[in-house]
Ligand binder design. Structure first.
Ligand SMILES: [Zn+2]
Length: 368
């Protein structure tokens, strides 16, 4: 049985959970209703959603396993307090789809090429420079209006998956995309896996060594799905970058310790859906123990295997934006702040970094 004693609130919750005393039962109820109210009004911006993935249409590796349930996924997100999302572009093709989907649902998007798909630059019919200028055009055409582009990425380096694209290709394409961030003065949506030394070297060489690259026309940004060390995180923080945490960044006890060191004013949250969910085998799972039941249903809705899909249920193994609340819950315990303080500061960070001006004056308590 996991016991966590990181905040006063947790201690009172644990004591209140003791069913041996009537006063304890009363205080549990009073506490729970007060807390449930706070949580019902918590609001989120999921900064990393791969909503273009065919699994949200019921398609798994080309096979239709269940009905298209995109609408239900978005409704569950809304019910869980997700007010907006940034849809991740991971190649030219998917960036185009993300912009299209973003415009349809009034979400934001990123435009770029994931390091594991860097080969796409070279295999592009008209060559790598043409691929880059197509990304450039896509950004230029969508800097305003619904579905607007708010970041360059997902780009970076991934040395865990060199079989998809070799290191040299990844490095060259990463550098090319940094030029787009400078040109458009956009934040970066970065991915770095087992490649820290080359990753920061390239960022530094391209002028992103301090203040998020503002001296060269850059505009900061975040490193998502971070699984590196505390020392690596500190280096990126000193360079002016933020972190967006998802289930994979909370998978092991080592990840948990690193996440504990992220300053609240540098934190954002994402699901990376349909990937990177929190799972019972992960170190994060025990930290969900005291998530109130009603809220747990919203953040971690009941799921079944794709083959057993029924309307109204989510799908086992397919992460979805509603789960961002679970990530927030774990992070509020790790950073030892109230849930509300965490979610509100994360909201503020996200609006500021990506200049989501439409959300600046949104009422915290308004239901959407
Ligand atoms: Zn990534």
């Amino acid at each position: 049985m996991f016991i966590l004693l990181s905040t006063r609130r947790d201690i009172s919750w644990r004591l209140a959970r003791s069913a041996y005393h009537p006063i304890a039962i009363l205080s549990q109820k009073a506490w729970q209703s007060k807390y449930t109210h706070t949580m019902a009004t918590s609001r989120f911006i999921d900064v990393g959603v791969n909503l273009t993935d065919p699994v949200f249409r019921g398609l798994y590796h080309g096979k239709q396993k269940h009905a298209d349930d995109m609408v239900a996924v978005l409704e569950r997100a809304k019910a869980a307090g997700v007010r907006s999302m940034i849809l991740t572009g991971t190649s030219l093709k998917e960036s185009r789809e993300a912009v299209h989907l973003g415009a349809k649902h009034n979400f934001y998007t990123t435009v770029g090429c994931h390091p594991t798909k860097s080969k796409g630059f070279d295999s592009y019919g008209k060559g790598p420079n043409a691929y880059l200028s197509e990304l450039d055009n896509l950004i230029s055409q969508h800097l305003e209006g619904p579905g607007r582009v708010v970041a360059v990425g997902e780009c970076g380096l991934d040395y865990d998956r060199l079989h998809h694209s070799p290191a040299e290709t990844q490095q060259r394409c990463f550098r090319m995309q940094l030029s787009l961030a400078k040109k458009h003065n956009l934040p970066l949506f970065l991915h770095s896996r087992s490649a820290h030394v080359d990753f920061v070297r390239i960022l530094r060489e391209e002028g992103f060594g301090e203040d998020g690259g503002r001296a060269v026309g850059g505009n900061g940004g975040l490193v998502h799905s971070f699984t590196g060390t505390s020392g690596e995180a500190e280096e990126l923080i000193a360079m002016g970058f933020y972190f967006s945490v998802n289930g994979v960044g909370l998978k092991t006890e080592e990840n948990i310790e690193v996440a504990r060191g992220i300053p609240l004013d540098r934190l954002m949250l994402e699901t990376d859906a349909p990937w990177c969910s929190m799972r019972p085998s992960h170190a994060s799972w025990a930290h969900l123990d005291n998530l109130p039941t009603d809220t747990r249903k919203l953040y971690l809705p009941r799921s079944v295997k794709p083959e057993r899909f029924k309307e109204g249920l989510s799908v086992l193994g397919r992460n979805e934006p509603a789960a961002i609340g679970g990530v927030a819950w774990v992070m509020h315990l790790l950073l030892d702040v109230s849930f509300e303080e965490l979610t509100e500061q994360v909201w503020k960070n996200t609006v500021e970094v990506f200049q989501l001006t439409e959300l600046e004056n949104e009422n915290k308590d308004s239901s959407t």
